[in-house]
Design a protein around this ligand. Sequence first.
Ligand code: 5GP
Length: 114
Amino acid sequence: MSDDLFLKIIDREVPADIVRENDRVLAIRDINPQAPTHVLVIPKTRYRDAGELAAADPALLAELIGTAREIAEAEGIADSGYRMLFNTGADAGQTIFHVHLHLLGGEQLGALAG
Ligand code: 5GP
């Protein structure tokens, strides 16, 4: 069995609330949502982070972003606004080293620290 949680979810070894799926991408609701809409958009092929994915398969990276936009439209938050982000590495809070896009929205989101 893989130690990659998202591969376990993709393989249906671990349950998840699936929002959207095709041959390349799975989208699930985050188990600990940080906003009314908090969806994780995950490629079925494992790459460690967004930079590794961008270098290896830019079309798949673009598909993650396009899928997030479609989900935002389906959730009714496309017009009010939403955030897409990739935590990359430990200092950014990445805890699962299988790249995933966070889609957050449905309320006024806090400003990013800067
Ligand atoms: P990261 O911190 O790596 O950017 O994001 C990992 C995300 O996965 C977190 O937001 C966390 O709440 C979510 N997560 C962790 N375990 C599970 C799980 O078993 N199921 C789902 N749906 N989300 C999870």
